[in-house]
Design a protein around this ligand. Sequence first.
Ligand code: SF4
Length: 683
Amino acid sequence: DRARTSGRTRTTCGYCGVGCSLEVLTRDGEIVAVLPDHDGPVNRGHACVKGRFAHGFLHASERLTRPLLRRDGLLTPVSWSEALDHVARGLRAAVAAGGPDAVAAISSARATNEENYLIQKFMRVAVGTNNVDNCSRLCHAPSAAGLTAAFGLSGGTDSLDDVEGADCLLLVGANPVEAHPVVGARLLRRVLHGARLIVADPRTVGLAHHADVHLRSQPGSNVALFNGLAHVMLAEGLVDDDFLRHRVAGLPELTALLAGYGPDRVAALTGVPAGDLLEAARLYGRAERPAIVYGLGVTEHLHGTDGVRALANLAILRGAVGTGHGFGINPLRGQNNVQGASDMGALPDLLPGYAKVTDPAARARAADVWGAPVPDRPGMRIPEMFAAARAGTLQALWIVGEDVCATDPDTVRVTEALETCPLVVCQELFLSETARHADVVLPAAAWLEKDGTFVNFDRRFQRVRPALDPPGDARTDFAAVHALASALGVDLGCRTPAETLAECARMAPLFAGISHERLDREGAVSWPCPDSLRPGEASLYRERFSTSDGLAHLAACPYLPPGETPDDRYPLVLVTGRRWAHYNSGNMTRRTANLQLEGVDLLDLHPADAARYGLGEGDPVTVRSRYGRAVLTAHLSDDMVPGQVFCAFHFPSSGVNTLTSRHADTVTSCPEYKVTAVRLIPG
Ligand code: SF4
């Protein structure tokens, strides 16, 4: 409170997963400036165009300030009690008709850890189902699955500070200069100070201009590429034999598989010249301190989890993980709190701290803390929720801060699901594409109006503090969940965000030593942190891996083709991603001055493809896939290779996600956003 009246609030950025610490200056209920915090543990005085300048949306005239209830087909302003009574009646009716599993919730990175904890507790305790999932399903679910299988924990192995000590960086499927600018700047500085750089990405992303070698593999060919690198490392003895002997399982199986991934075959599968593959493998394999940093270009594939496993193989073969010296393999999480949403158990198969709902001991521990039984059957993942809604078995869907009708793939079918489901409740800042299809819309608070914590991409808990009050009758998700529980006659406990994190810490040994009070004192604490008297572990697996046998596990993953390949009808491959001025569906950033930096969704294409289709810079272009069509603006770029096109999804009116593929990771259901076959039509 003192910080708020003095008009200076220290909080954590609510955009990307870097987790920059910001100083927010306010006067008379308005933000005067947002400054990067010089003591910020991750950003150290830096911030990007989103964190610093994209806050005007807070005062946008379209902010929702009252609950809305659909009456006679129209969303009509009502009181909170009227809205909550309607939702409570709808939830009771849904449970009466189909049991607790007829209700589902989608949580998100926009919610704090404490809000995510409360949402999953509400679903498990108040409704009695494990049907809760979060937006990591659409981005890094394969990282969680792949890294857990390889090493035992669901997070990157090291910290950004450790990565900065690397003498060789392998950057894969990520464009941090635009999507994680503060990380992009720190990696660039490391390269300018002498680290070697290998970039593996179909596009010439920002850092590729500084790379020693750029591996331009075909979208969907990651597993073949990583197997090819591993083949060369094994063949040329660029591995850590002692590490492999004592700390690793699975080498014979991998060695047998890799025999079939010589450079010539890999060149044919990936399009990467054999010479480039050899050079990259030698750079990584001969480095003393090699680090891998990767993004959604690894995970958002039909075989995304295999991609993570095959990439982790490189770090294991080289003995560059679990050494106590950092480096390792580190996913760049896209959204502010997507790591935390999963850490808090907003997942259909996992409780807070990654305890399995199928584990009787974990359920007993949770039941002891919650005073209520925990359902033992894993719940539905997000795509299964939409399928159940379309099939008529899902009776109520509660969506917190996710614009699924703009960001999920194949949005025509997502919208059908929402139209079919008898009750859709949406907590939102604006009347988003999703909120337009809801039966009840609850006005939500934004990240600059919230109290709690986020976990960033390298597992650091940091405090989130309110610089302003939410407008009108808008409420935090924390307050909304409590109000809904009360409407159902359920007391969730956890009166404050601090109490909530304390309860989570009692349940989950990974976070046992973390509290608001400690974060207020220390600024940031990494998990695992099982003890309040010891620091968190920024670099993991010093003594043993967290797998059941204490070993790192290599995986023999054969290359399998992506869900779609170009053909005569759809001859190009579309890859989607982010650009620097906007964030996801743009609900926040489009309502700020950042709109002047990037005002439309562009389609990047190589000049040769532009000539083939008769397109010039700035021309309108219709993109068609097997699922839908989008109208974009052509942007000619030598950063593309012929045959591939790229666009972001920041302007829902362009309809990019009506195009994207129905294929999804075979292990985690993460959509294959990175490979959709399309054709272009001028105009
Ligand atoms: Fe930092 Fe990411 Fe926020 Fe930019 S968007 S200020 S890089 S946390």
